[in-house]
Design a protein around this ligand. Structure first.
Ligand SMILES: *[C@@H]1O[C@H](CO)[C@@H](O)[C@H](O)[C@H]1NC(C)=O
Ligand SMILES: *[C@@H]1O[C@H](CO)[C@@H](O)[C@H](O)[C@H]1NC(C)=O
Ligand SMILES: *[C@@H]1O[C@H](CO)[C@@H](O)[C@H](O)[C@H]1NC(C)=O
Ligand SMILES: *[C@@H]1O[C@H](CO)[C@@H](O)[C@H](O)[C@H]1NC(C)=O
Ligand SMILES: *[C@@H]1O[C@H](CO)[C@@H](O)[C@H](O)[C@H]1NC(C)=O
Ligand SMILES: *[C@@H]1O[C@H](CO)[C@@H](O)[C@H](O)[C@H]1NC(C)=O
Ligand SMILES: *[C@@H]1O[C@H](CO)[C@@H](O)[C@H](O)[C@H]1NC(C)=O
Ligand SMILES: *[C@@H]1O[C@H](CO)[C@@H](O)[C@H](O)[C@H]1NC(C)=O
Ligand SMILES: *[C@@H]1O[C@H](CO)[C@@H](O)[C@H](O)[C@H]1NC(C)=O
Ligand SMILES: *[C@@H]1O[C@H](CO)[C@@H](O)[C@H](O)[C@H]1NC(C)=O
Length: 858
């Protein structure tokens, strides 16, 4: 395996230009740790889909699982890899197959560039045996492949961003076979079916019958014969064994030939990555190792590269361009790129205090939500994903309590988290983590042979989602319990090493498992289903993966690891803003617009970015609010940068039809309201009072705390000069204003009927706080009033405990007289009406249809 050098090849040229760089030091990023994780609770296990056994011959795990070339390694080893971009490729037994998709489609929801295979490249001596190819080296971006047969071989340098694909032949006879039609012409000579043309030299052009033109450059003279077998088949082969280098490049436009002619002699074989980190800025450097003068290396950039690149040497965009699903790749010269990112100054807290107007509500929320936590009821983990998301929401309560000075509320949270976390250390637990030895990583043991368990965790799907939550929860516990940290640090580090290992010197984990460094973001896809197309649907949770690592690094690891996690966070956010956030106002001609199709950008948010298509849709949900919210959650202060004003305003308008729709759950709405608070906290605070459920990954307290800690350009109190709307709390009689009758509950029948004509016959209810709503408890029996979801039955006081069905939103009725209220059931969002017989039923479609009630203090 080629080493991932943290060398001194790169020079800090960015320093002068930005002025931001003065105190940077080059991070010497050694491994987080090197101990063997086999002592993990679930011990060692081997995944049922180990690498194709010949592919990594002569090397040992850890192997990368989520990168662009995972399809080469994951069984059966012949799925199409989207890369090395701008190309797509697959390793067939009889050769390296590649092509460049010329078919760009927009179907109203997605842009697609379906896989296109143009050529297979191999040598005539090769037997076609599938096991006669392997990886000989790889690094954070590139992979070197070799096809071999006895002493004959062909080495392929898979370098993302190279316009040419480079093949080094060694005592082998090059053989190129068309995959997309036959050969139409060779060196501008047209070939009739059955004809052939022979030429000698260092440059050849070939056009296939589907009209794709490629240039073959040879670094030494070679004789090639093009054979038109038929309209749909053709070959180009050398006359004899060759030891030398061929480079193939798609010629999209004759005007591109000049730059390709000029730079073909310098080729990249691998890349070194380097980081120049301070606590506020990070420079990510790519330095390609080249044969030939590095300064003349021709590479291709994507929008996210160009936006961050310092002193880039960019030829005119007319010189060369390839349209991909990430927009146009344009040229850059030189083998060193430096990309500068601002690193967040936020670790735990937002950069400003909670607005005093929101304090009472946040404190009430903390008391309520923390008050409900009983360590004896702490959940037993059934998986990583749901457990992590819900525990992270609870962990945030401790961080918020600390930030607002309620340190007394921290330990109840920590006790609860520790009680639940303990099960990860329990060797008898049904859900355990194991060290997977075939690829090298920590997995959910139950998923080692089943990709349906925990979203494919055992097949390396979603590790950054899962372990980001896991690390965030562990970091919160560790922040407040040093002895827990001391006891469990190695264990938690195994998860950190699984997703943010920075070093080739960790013998057990690949480098930053999910990150595709050239693509500028992570992939959630691991090795399931042949590791076919890569995707990432939840950019919010990918970002949280690196945020969780940042929190953990801040309590348990070095400053360098803190800054490395910040760089991963900053780059994932940039990738998200460039490729997931869509900006309808961005010009189609903007060179950094990845999606020239206006109709796509009008959809405001990408749901899924894949390697051959990207679209405003999800595998699991079709609502606009779901597509947007999954790119926002979990809501945390560090997302202040992610929730850029233009995008969240567009999301607000675009999803408004759903925000107003009572049939759509608050889980997603509450996240969108939070993101919107980044531009208008006052309006968001008002809207937040509409929410009655927050989903397992969000809390009422976090919702309001985020809103209350936003930038506040208006300067007015964020939560209003008055308290936000709430139920009337206390002991009340309830009067139906139309009949004048009071609500009574007979002992025979627990239904609520507006039948009492005097207060002495009226029932007394204890109206108590639940976030943004409340319960009604019949004082005489201590039973809670319940309203079922169908809205077909009379409300009754029959429940010992409270769930959503026992909660109501009681507000002064809009347009009603002072002191007159409506009652809305949280269970079905319908308003309570009074029937002819006086029975209270939750069946009013809107507030106007609901009856009017007075709440008379008992
Ligand atoms: C990949 O290999 C498998 C197993 O050998 C085979 O069944 C399948 O047809 C191959 N797929 C392609 C696209 O060549
Ligand atoms: C060609 O292969 C032989 C072994 O068969 C090896 O010794 C030699 O270094 C290779 N040459 C190149 C240029 O790769
Ligand atoms: C090229 O075509 C000629 C005549 O059609 C044939 O004799 C010759 O063998 C062909 N050469 C190759 C390399 O196929
Ligand atoms: C290739 O180009 C020719 C001439 O422009 C055209 O007639 C033909 O339809 C094209 N073929 C394909 C497959 O696009
Ligand atoms: C980085 O921060 C500086 C100063 O705070 C700001 O001027 C610059 O626009 C930021 N750069 C990016 C890419 O956000
Ligand atoms: C460990 O897990 C098993 C299985 O769920 C459970 O019965 C046992 O009580 C747990 N042990 C501890 C110490 O929590
Ligand atoms: C996975 O392995 C377990 C334990 O050997 C076995 O019980 C289970 O059926 C297997 N699941 C699948 C999907 O093969
Ligand atoms: C939510 O609250 C806002 C502001 O208070 C209000 O304008 C809006 O109509 C409410 N939406 C729903 C669905 O109740
Ligand atoms: C009413 O509910 C509140 C909050 O749950 C509680 O503190 C109070 O004791 C209750 N009052 C009665 C009379 O049950
Ligand atoms: C509620 O009433 C409606 C209309 O009468 C009926 O269609 C529905 O099945 C009922 N639902 C339940 C749960 O009883």
């Amino acid at each position: 395996m080629r080493s991932f050098l943290l060398g001194f090849l790169s020079v800090a040229t960015a320093a002068g230009s930005s002025g931001l760089h003065t105190l940077n030091k080059r991070a010497s990023l050694g491994p987080i740790a090197t101990d063997n994780p086999s002592g993990i609770t679930g011990g060692e296990i081997s995944c049922a889909a180990p690498p194709v056994n010949s592919f990594f011959e002569g090397t040992k795990p850890p192997f990368p699982t989520n990168g662009w070339w995972a399809p080469y390694a994951a069984p059966p080893g012949n799925a199409t890899a989207a890369g090395p971009f701008p190309y797509q490729s697959a390793l067939d037994g009889d050769g390296y197959v590649f092509g460049l998709s010329t078919n760009r489609e927009f179907d109203g929801a997605s842009v697609k560039q379906p896989t296109q295979k143009d050529w297979r490249v191999c040598f005539t001596e090769h037997s076609g045996e599938f096991s006669n190819h392997k990886a000989t080296a790889w690094d954070t971006q590139t992979v070197t492949l070799q096809y071999f047969e006895s002493d004959a071989s062909m080495t392929v340098y898979g370098v993302p961003g190279s316009p040419y694909i480079t093949f080094q032949f060694n005592e082998s006879t090059p053989l190129l076979t068309t995959m997309n039609g036959g050969i139409q012409s060779f060196n501008s000579k047209s070939l009739p079916d059955g004809g052939n043309v022979t030429a000698t030299g260092t440059e050849f052009t070939m056009t296939d019958t589907s009209n794709s033109t490629y240039i073959i450059y040879s670094l030494s003279s070679i004789t090639l014969t093009a054979n038109s077998v038929s309209e749909s088949a053709g070959t180009i082969s050398a006359s004899s064994e060759f030891t030398g280098v061929l480079r193939l490049v798609k010629l999209e436009d004759p005007g591109h030939k000049a730059i390709l002619d000029k730079h073909y002699e310098i080729y990249p074989v691998s890349v070194e990555q380097d980081y120049d980190l301070s606590s506020t800025t990070g420079t990510l450097s790519f330095t390609w190792n080249t044969v030939g003068s590095g300064s003349d290396l021709l590479m291709l950039t994507w929008p996210h590269h160009r936006l961050a690149m310092q002193n880039g040497n960019f030829p005119d965009t007319t010189a060369l361009a390839y349209l991909t699903t990430k927009g146009y790749m344009y040229p850059a010269l030189g083998n060193g790129w430096k990309m500068l990112y601002n690193l967040t100054s936020m670790i735990w807290d937002p950069p400003r205090k909670l607005d005093p107007s929101c304090s009472p509500t946040v404190l009430k929320g903390l008391e309520y939500e923390i008050g409900k936590l009983d360590p004896a009821d702490a959940p037993i983990p059934g998986d990583f994903y749901y457990w992590g998301g819900s525990m992270n929401a609870i962990a945030r309560l401790a961080v918020i309590a600390d930030n607002v000075g309620r340190t007394d509320l921290i330990s109840p949270v920590i006790d609860y988290l520790e009680a639940s976390f303990d099960q990860w250390f329990n060797t008898s637990a049904t859900t355990t983590a194991a060290y997977e030895t075939a690829w090298g990583g920590v997995i959910n043991k139950a998923g080692a042979n089943n990709s349906w368990v925990d979203f494919g965790n055992g097949y390396y799907n979603d590790h950054h989602f899962h372990y980001g939550y896991f690390l965030a929860v562990a970091a919160v516990i560790a922040k407040y319990d040093q002895s827990w940290l001391n006891e469990h640090k190695d264990f938690i580090n195994w998860f950190a090493r699984d997703i943010v290992n920075p070093s080739v010197n960790d013998p057990y984990f690949p480098i930053a498992r999910c990150r595709d460094w050239f693509a500028g973001h992570s992939w959630a896809s691991g090795i399931a289903n042949g590791a076919g197309s890569r995707d990432q649907e939840s950019s919010g949770e990918a970002i949280n993966g690196y945020y969780g690592a940042l929190l953990w690094a801040s309590v348990a690891l070095s400053d360098d690891m803190v800054n490395y996690a910040k760089l991963l966070l900053a780059t994932e956010m940039q990738g998200t803003q460039v490729y997931w956030h869509l900006y309808p106002d961005q010009a189609s001609t903007d060179p950094n617009n990845p999606y020239p199709e206006q109709g796509l950008r009008d959809l405001v948010t990408m749901g899924n970015v894949e390697d051959w298509q990207s679209g405003a849709w999800l595998f699991w949900g079709s609502q606009k609010s779901q597509i947007a919210a999954i790119q926002m959650l979990p809501v945390q202060p560090v997302n202040e940068i992610l929730y850029d004003a233009e995008w969240v305003k567009n999301v607000w308008d675009y999803t408004m039809v759903e925000l107003l729709d009572p049939s759509i759950g608050d889980e997603w709405k509450s996240v969108i309201v939070d993101a919107y608070s980044n531009v208008n906290p006052q309006v968001a605070a008002q809207w937040s009072a509409n929410m009655t459920t927050w989903g397992s990954g969000q809390t009422y307290t976090n919702e309001l705390y985020f809103i209350g800690t936003r930038p506040n350009p208006a300067g007015t109190p964020i939560c209003g000069s008055d308290t936000l709307p709430s139920n009337p709390y206390g002991e009340f009689l309830i009067q139906d204003t139309s009949s004048g009758n009071y609500v009574a509950v007979s002992s025979a029948n627990t239904n609520l009927i507006a039948s009492a004509t005097s207060t002495s016959d009226a029932a007394t209810f204890n109206s108590s706080f639940v976030p943004n709503s409340g319960t009604l408890q019949l004082i005489s029996t201590n039973e809670f009033v319940t309203a079922d979801q169908s809205g077909n039955y009379t409300l009754s006081a029959t429940r010992d405990t409270v769930s959503a069905w026992e909660t109501f939103v009681i507000r002064e009725k809009i347009g009603g007289a002072a002191g007159v209220y409506s009652i809305q059931a949280v269970s079905n969002k319908q308003y309570v009406t009074v029937g002819g017989d006086g029975s209270l039923v939750n069946n009013g479609a809107n507030e106007a249809a609901g009856s009017e009630f007075k709440f008379i203090p008992a």
